[in-house]
Write a protein that binds this ligand. Structure first.
Ligand code: NOJ
Length: 754
């Protein structure tokens, strides 16, 4: 602590001097920058480079363990002030330990920024981000991030590697679970809600975290959905689909960016000047810092871009990567690169400045242990407040996909219910893949959730395991494609039941990083289990647990009730039971298109029309011979226990904007929420535009027979687009306006936009 006092005195002293010069200077730096500059003035080149070095802790890893680094070396570097940040150090005691070394043993005592993947909760898990996105409820999503920040900050953490704002159209990619789906408009809004939730209004508040928009850029466009794969993307898609959520996160004040593993159009993103210097730090004037992804600087060697570690460091630093996560490239190579004139010292100072600024904003210089309060840790982590919020978010994330003959909600008494599926009793999978700090088997299972409804007779049979053996991180999963020995138990209880609830899908570790799939059906023998049970009882409600859209085409044709319940976190089973029993009326809408078959992927609602949209000719139009062009469930789709009617769509021009209004009525028997969605189509443009683009949405609640008129204002921001030079342009002309409860709405009108 003595060190930090001295450091603060030094900063104050230099700050004072700088202030005097500042009065005569034309360049007015704000207080924060002056403090940072004061500190930079007394730092050696090596210490500045140290700020750019991030090490993994020694307790957990989230990537391959580096072979060239050991704990002893990391400690040595910490003491020498050669480490600016650590990740995966968690818990007040552990954070205090590493912080103490940095603060008390290094020459300048500069505190560490402590990073962790707080993706959808810390110990208490909220639904996976894709699921939360299905709520379209920005307030709830913001609150969820706020809760996650509060819990993680109580464990000593002050920086999260979230939100992931990568848009993806490919359900084979395992990381779709971590994003907001396929749409840049929805993705931008959700990204902003998450940034605001994590960071709050004041970053120095010890209940908040610095956020990180990742992965810059195009990671979600990995070819064939295979993680880490090449992205080859045209400029129109880059500017209009991939970059907007990053830009919005920047405009919302996100403190950090993470670049990505993939190459984009031949350049690894980590070494991409165009992305990081020209766009992010140039055009957008971004002042935060960019961290590499895990080892991504070194990965430029196998990419075929850098010839060795030193070259990789040179390329990364010059192209704007400010912090090296676990490549050991900056700490080992940057100083000599500066001496050789290959990287300028100004760039190093610029990177260090960006990093130090965030540390100042977090208040770490005032008190490096401000996140290390053991009492807070005990009371906040796993508290009722956390679980209440997780339950609320989980209910809001559920999407009702099918409800024939009102099989749902279930009657609360007098029913024999057969619950089937390994995932029904699974207390681990609902925690998802990003649950590093969650306790194993701590989620409420569907079985437990349904047991709370005591007036029905509930029986349970596993039916079949999804996987054989170990399903834990980071083992490769072995799918159960053979063991059907427990089918008979499932058949027996199904035969006697009034209703069968089958919980099928993916285990928690089947989606997420490096968990791509070539087949999007129910994994293993689960499809066969479903069809076998169907033969003895057709009254089935299928509850899906999964981290991505699945091709459940057979189920859609045959099973009367289908509920998309994703991986809903710690309170999963309670949320699902409340929806099944009608204590909560579902209102989720899909943030990603569900394909009918994997061959349709990438499939997304905002596609281009092509010159042969058909179906006009016998053969020569854009289609498949063996599958329709239609998805199984479109983007924005989701049912409710009530129904909504849309009428009176009106549009008008007014001072450069288009006003759109519509009347919505609850035509069913119960209160319900609806996400009213507005889409546009710019019919003729200098760069072709998609057949539909989401440009507004509002979540409303209506009691039976109640009507509401909703008005949207579409401004230039919504009506324009980026041309292939990256300039935002607005072109007057004919626009179609669509409104409804899903992207496949037919309620539309046309307007001549002036
Ligand atoms: C690799 C992942 O791609 C990234 O999203 C994550 O934040 C880092 N590992 C750190 O765990």
């Amino acid at each position: 602590m003595r060190k930090i006092l001295i450091l603060n005195l030094v900063i104050v002293f230099f700050f004072g001097c700088n202030q005097q010069t500042a009065t005569t200077s034309t360049k007015k730096l704000n207080d924060l920058d002056q403090k940072v500059d004061s500190l930079l003035n007394i730092m050696t080149l090596e210490e500045k480079i140290g700020q750019m070095n991030q090490y993994n802790g020694f307790w957990d890893v989230t990537g391959p363990v580096p072979s060239n680094g050991d704990a002893a070396k990391k400690y040595e570097h910490l003491k020498k002030g050669l480490v600016g940040s650590m990740l995966n150090v968690r818990g007040v005691e552990n954070v205090r330990k590493v912080q103490k070394i940095a603060v008390e043993e290094s020459r300048l005592g500069i505190p560490l920024i402590i990073g962790f993947d707080v993706i959808h909760g810390y110990e208490t898990q909220s639904p996976i981000p894709l699921a939360e996105s299905a709520s379209w409820d920005l307030k709830a999503i913001k609150k969820s991030a706020q809760m996650a920040a509060k819990e993680a900050a109580a464990a000593g953490i002050n920086w999260t590697f979230a939100p992931m704002v990568d848009i993806s159209r490919d359900a084979r990619w395992g990381r779709v679970m971590e994003g907001a789906g396929e749409d840049p408009f929805l993705g931008s809004k959700i990204g902003v809600a998450r940034v605001e939730g994590f960071q709050g209004k004041d970053l120095s508040n010890p209940y908040t975290l610095a956020a990180c928009a990742k992965h810059f850029a195009a990671y979600g466009f990995a070819e064939s959905g295979k993680d880490y794969n090449t992205a080859d993307v045209g400029l129109s898609t880059l500017y209009n689909t991939i970059l907007p959520p990053f830009k919005s996160a920047h405009e919302a004040g996100v403190k950090t960016f993470m670049n990505s593993f993939n190459e984009l159009n031949g350049i690894p993103a980590t070494g991409d000047k165009f992305l990081q210097r020209d766009i992010l730090k140039g055009k957008w004037h971004y002042e935060g810092f960019v961290v590499s992804d895990w080892g991504s600087i070194m990965e430029m060697i196998p990419h075929g871009y850098a010839k060795d570690k030193k070259h990789a460091a040179e390329l990364a630093a010059n192209s704007g990567s400010d912090m090296d996560m676990e490549s050991y490239a900056y700490v080992n190579e940057l100083a000599s690169l500066v001496k050789e004139g290959k990287v300028s010292e100004e760039l190093i100072t610029d990177s260090a400045r960006r990093i130090l600024r965030v540390k100042f904003e977090l208040g770490l210089f005032e008190d490096p242990y401000k996140y290390c309060n053991s009492d807070r840790e005990k009371t906040v982590i796993g508290s009722k407040e956390m679980h209440d919020a997780a339950l609320d978010m989980a209910k809001k994330s559920i999407v009702l996909l099918k409800n024939s003959n009102n099989i749902l909600p279930l009657k609360k008494s007098g029913q024999k219910i057969a619950l089937i599926g390994a995932l029904a009793s699974d207390k681990n999978s609902p925690l998802g893949n990003w649950r590093l700090a969650a306790k194993d088997n701590s989620a409420i299972s569907v079985l437990e959730g349904m047991q709370a409804y005591k007036d029905n007779e509930l029986s349970y049979a596993e039916g079949a395991a999804v996987y054989l053996g170990e399903t834990n991180f980071p083992s490769e999963l072995v799918l159960n494609t053979t063991d059907k020995s427990k089918f008979n138990e499932a058949i027996a209880i199904a035969k006697k039941a009034d209703v069968v609830v089958m919980v099928l899908g993916e285990v928690g570790y089947q989606s997420g990083e490096a968990r791509s799939r070539a087949d999007l059906g129910l994994p293993g023998v689960q499809q066969e289990l479903l069809e076998t049970v169907y033969k003895v009882n057709k009254n089935i409600v299928l509850v899906l647990n999964n981290g991505r859209p699945l091709t459940i085409t057979w189920a859609d044709e045959n099973i009367p009730g289908i509920v998309e319940a994703w991986q809903l976190g710690s309170q999963s089973g309670n949320a699902i039971a409340q929806v099944l029993y009608g204590d909560y009326n579902p209102s989720g809408k899909l943030p990603m298109t569900f394909p009918r078959s994997v061959g349709q992927v990438p499939i997304y609602y905002n596609y281009k029309n092509t010159g042969r949209p058909g179906p006009k000719r016998e053969v020569f139009w854009s289609h498949y011979q063996d599958e329709t062009n239609k998805p199984l469930y479109p983007f924005g789709y989701g049912l409710s226990y009530t129904s909504f009617d849309y009428k009176d769509l009106k549009v008008s021009n007014s001072s450069g904007n288009i006003n759109v209004s519509v009347e919505i009525t609850n035509t069913g028997q119960v209160k319900g929420k609806e996400v009213v969605q507005v889409y546009i189509r710019d019919i003729i443009a200098s760069v072709t535009r998609p057949v539909k683009e989401l440009k507004g949405f509002e979540l409303i609640e209506l009691t039976p027979s109640e009507s509401k008129t909703i008005t949207f204002q579409l401004t230039k921001k919504e009506l324009g687009f980026y041309n292939n030079q990256g300039d935002f342009i607005v072109e007057p002309g004919e626009f179609q306006i669509f409104i409804g409860g899903s992207s496949d709405t037919n309620l539309k009108t046309t307007i001549d936009y002036k």
